[in-house]
Design a protein around this ligand. Structure first.
Ligand SMILES: [Fe+2]
Length: 268
């Protein structure tokens, strides 16, 4: 794995060492203070080039074109909110998705499944353990945003999201967020509505370089990727881990996100 990841700078394989403990402590502090941390240069340049070369042909022939209108919750209705509540304002999202089952044995999937990475992420998030998802489609996704495409304002369903930026756009394609817009015990619907009416006043932008691993607390923070400008797509791997083993998407979720319900190669 040292050929793929810069383990000299980021000793994930030796978290008990002094540098390993210092790395975890720094990441925990950044998560607590800012709701995110990033490891720039985590993936080595040659591995990055290989990862992109592996996914590019799949994108050209078999990516799912994801285009939908949605609100920040990705739900048709929310609690007792009237349909015209400002928190339910609708947005357009467009991108292309490749699922883990389309790129088995790829750099993206090998990094996703590497046990020391899973242990490191659990340590930074203060969890006793994390598990890769059992879902053959949803566990690791590679998303491409081409010119004019973007993922619009939303909250994540999981507490943390882990991403690897493989390629950035020439312009646009920026990750923007607004921390603590809601909380577990406070949906803050009116605050969400006010934010969505004029998001530019309150957002922060995360400057990211290709090869960067990022952990982001996206369940309570509104976030989006701005539309890509120019011919070079933004390519990002999205990794999902859970605190219990065996987590699967249901058929509706698979259809909504990937346009199919069955994994490639699944028994018929
Ligand atoms: Fe997200």
């Amino acid at each position: 794995m040292n050929r793929l990841l810069d383990l000299e700078r980021f000793p994930l394989h030796d978290l008990a060492s002094a540098p390993g403990r210092a790395l975890v402590a720094r990441c925990r502090q950044e998560l607590a203070e800012h709701g995110t941390f990033s490891l720039a240069g985590f993936v080595r340049p040659r591995a990055l080039a290989q990862a992109i070369a592996e996914v590019r042909p799949v994108f050209e022939t078999a990516a799912f074109a994801h285009k939908r209108s949605h609100n920040i919750y990705f739900k048709d209705s929310v609690d007792d909110l009237p349909a015209d509540h400002p928190a339910l304002r609708r947005f357009e999202t467009a991108g292309h998705t490749v699922c883990a089952d389309q790129i088995p044995d790829s750099v993206v999937c090998r990094i996703y499944e590497w046990p020391p990475l899973v242990e490191f992420l659990a340590a930074t998030m203060g969890k006793p353990r994390l598990y890769p998802m059992a879902d053959p489609l949803a566990r690791a996704n590679v998303m491409t945003y081409r010119q004019g495409e973007a993922i619009n304002w939303h909250f994540d369903r999981s507490e943390f999201t882990t991403t690897l930026l493989l390629q950035s756009a020439e312009a646009g394609g920026e990750f923007q967020y607004r921390s603590d817009l809601r909380a577990e015990d406070d949906p803050n619907y009116d605050g969400v509505g006010r934010f969505l009416a004029d998001p530019t006043r309150e957002v922060q932008t995360l400057p990211l370089q290709p090869g960067t691993l990022t952990v982001f607390k996206g369940k309570y923070a509104a976030h989006r990727v701005t539309p890509v400008e120019g011919p070079r797509p933004r390519i990002v791997a999205v990794y999902s881990y859970y605190e219990r083993p065996g987590v699967l998407f249901n058929a509706e979720e698979r259809l909504g996100f990937y346009g199919r319900t069955e994994a490639l190669g699944a028994a018929v």
